[in-house]
Design a protein around this ligand. Structure first.
Ligand code: ADP
Length: 278
């Protein structure tokens, strides 16, 4: 199954998240079966990332957005950790610092955009400025309403500068979120992740849904598409995301750069050195 086409949000379409099933798992019967495919994708991702790094011409920006417990950390852990840390980096978008607030809202996103050859994962992203900011009225509507077009303009600019952008919305159901909150409560090693805001934000579930729908409808473009990933089954989420990134990188037709030295000459040097030691 081509998950790229299956889960992409077509530009200019109007999204209603009710139409996307968070429980979807395609024809895969079990986690065990999926793990084999994820492992295969991850091995391939590592090769492709090395090629991107060696080629040093273009780069990849991956944005992850979800409601609390949606699985951003898990995705980074299971899929994106397959990549070599040399050439891959995670940028977390927390409550803006005073320095960040003194700049335009896209400043911190541009600052953390990938350099040539690099993969950068945004754990949350500049989209928080049309999500949490909108829901909690942190700026007037007249301001956040303009931001969709401003985001599209920045992403277009980045893509014109050879930064490929893939954006994943991890779609879980309200029941699944409650189940995950309970799992966190029952696991002392997860207690550090719990915050009161998680529970109070649950009261805003419908407003978040609307804000996510607007984000997906207004900001999925040919140069920076959104994907709605069914994420109630963590293993299916990992499978779909690893597959989409793999397919995208494979389509780039990357090539190792030619050697900067004359390899025949280097062979000669090598045999000379070997003879000297034998
Ligand atoms: P996470 O939940 O991603 O693991 P945190 O618990 O540190 O990480 O949460 C980061 C918090 O920062 C979230 O509540 C998020 O909504 C908030 N945040 C991110 N960007 C902004 C922003 N631009 N304005 C206000 N709050 C923001």
């Amino acid at each position: 199954m081509n998950y790229f086409q299956r889960f992409i949000v077509k530009p200019d379409s109007r999204i209603n998240l009710q139409d996307s099933d968070p429980d979807y798992k395609d024809q895969h019967k079990s986690k065990k079966e999926a793990l084999k495919i994820i492992e295969h994708n991850n091995l391939r991702l590592r090769e492709l990332q090395e090629l991107l790094y060696a080629e040093h011409k273009q780069s990849l920006l991956i944005c992850l957005q979800a409601i609390d417990t949606g699985g951003k950390d898990g995705t980074i852990n299971h899929v994106l950790s397959a990549m070599n840390p040399q050439g891959c980096r995670v940028a977390c978008f927390k409550k803006p610092t005073s320095l960040e607030l003194d700049h335009d809202f896209l400043w911190r996103a541009h600052r953390d955009a990938p350099a040539k050859g690099e993969v950068v994962i945004f754990n949350r992203s500049h989209y928080e400025d049309v999500l949490v900011v909108r829901i909690h009225n942190l700026v007037p509507k007249a301001i956040w309403r303009e931001r969709y077009a401003q985001i599209n303009a920045m992403e277009k600019y980045l893509s014109e500068n050879k930064i490929h952008i893939l954006k994943f919305y991890l779609h879980i159901s309200k029941d699944e979120q409650l189940k995950r909150f309970k799992q966190r409560l029952d696991d002392p090693s997860k207690h550090w992740k719990i915050s009161m805001a998680d529970y109070s934000d649950r009261e805003h579930w419908d407003e978040y849904k609307k804000a996510f729908e607007d984000m997906l409808s207004k900001c999925s473009t040919s140069y920076a598409p959104w994907f709605i990933i069914p994420a109630n089954h963590k293993w299916f989420r990992d499978l779909a995301i690893s597959q989409i990134i793999r397919e995208h990188l494979e389509g780039l037709n990357m090539k190792y750069p030619p050697p900067s030295v004359d390899i025949k000459q280097i062979y000669k040097q090598y045999f000379k050195a070997k003879k000297h030691f034998s």
